[in-house]
Design a protein around this ligand. Structure first.
Ligand code: GTP
Ligand code: MG
Ligand code: ZN
Length: 315
């Protein structure tokens, strides 16, 4: 006899999915049969970690030999999506139905590129995901880069984002991170080698995660984490670890909309003489005035101009 139920996707390996009926943590395998298409989606992966799916199974817990069959995906509350390159048509859903996204960066190696961080932040704003910026490896840059550190806080706290300083190695800031993750579903995203898996392990040493052995490996672009996978924290909450991302292309955002997703620019733009205003050449632009005054950072404004130009070029 078959029965239908819902469960959350907690892992996607190339060939199958692992599901669990959250908040229960009891994993079982599932496969996709036939075609599942989501309305209006151009994503290469119709099912992502965090998705709630309807599945069918024989009675008893499904096994690899007799996996559950995913029938449909329930409507997503939110998700994070990216294109691997601007020219690429294919978009990939990183995770769905998350309470917050921790974007892990560092001032040491691999050094954060602000336009890259800003693309992720814009995507979070567009797709309704709450982002938190995590500056990892403070043990390596606290003293050495005090000026850059101060500038980083000024730019991102000035834009309204929370910036948490942590060190997976020394355990600094890890309690605060664990507290923020309690009873929530949190995505950890960022480039390879910033320490996403290390931070998750630091929050819960009982978890089995692969961590990059030597930092030199990352100079060759080695990716230690290769699957999208959710883990239960013993302190409460679920974390989604992801492989490092190289490029982060915007998906489904019109050039003229981009400024709406820079919260500090959106606020400043109330004073622009013209609506719509691209905040580039228009007279009486309050955003440009705010950049001159320093209430909108020059760095964020340049990221905006870069995205605007790319958006026009690749459309
Ligand atoms: N000094 C220092 N090194 C760290 C810290 N956190 C992580 N590392 C090192 O950074 C390297 C990469 O760590 P991972 O946790 O594997 O990085 P990741 O972001 O999960 O990388 P991918 O899985 O490839 O995306 C390892 O050699 C870690 O030991 C930290 O706080 N301080
Ligand atoms: Mg990893
Ligand atoms: Zn303007």
């Amino acid at each position: 006899m078959n029965s239908e139920n819902t469960a959350t996707v907690v892992k996607h390996t190339g060939s199958h999915y692992m599901l669990s009926r959250l908040p229960e943590w009891n994993l079982f395998p599932a496969v996709l049969r036939g075609r599942i298409r989501l309305k209006g989606s151009t994503a290469t992966n119709p099912v992502a970690v965090g998705d709630v799916v309807v599945y069918e199974s024989d009675n008893g817990l499904p096994t690899l030999e007799n996996p559950a069959v995913i029938k449909s995906v329930q409507e997503r509350r939110n998700y994070v999506i990216r294109k691997s390159a601007n020219l690429s048509r294919q978009a990939h859903i990183i995770a769905a139905n998350i309470d917050q996204a921790f974007i892990v960066v560092t001032l040491d190696f691999p050094e954060v590129k602000l336009p890259f961080l800003d693309r992720i932040l814009v995507t979070c704003e567009v797709y309704n995901v709450h982002p938190v910026i995590v500056l990892n490896k403070t043990d390596l840059f606290r003293e050495a880069y005090s000026e850059q550190l101060e500038a980083f806080h000024r730019i991102y706290e000035g834009a309204g984002y929370r910036v948490m300083e942590v060190s997976a190695l020394k355990g600094e800031g890890v309690d605060a991170l664990r507290e923020s993750c309690r009873d929530r579903i949190s995505l950890f995203s960022g480039v390879s080698g910033v320490g996403k898996s290390s931070l998750i392990k630091a929050m819960d040493p009982g978890l089995e995660l692969k961590i990059g052995e030597i930092s030199e490996a990352h100079l060759q672009g080695r990716h230690t984490t290769t699957f999208y996978e959710m883990y239960p924290l013993s302190s409460g909450g679920f974390i989604i670890d992801t492989p490092g991302i190289r490029g982060f292309g915007l998906v489904d955002i019109e050039p003229e909309e981009i400024a709406l997703y820079f919260p500090e620019m959106l606020k400043a733009s109330e004073g622009c003489r013209f609506t719509p205003c691209t905040h580039t050449h228009e007279p009486g632009c309050a955003v440009k005035a705010a950049v001159e005054e320093g209430t909108v950072s020059y760095e964020r404004y340049s990221s905006y101009l870069g995205m605007l130009e790319e958006g026009r070029k690749y459309r």
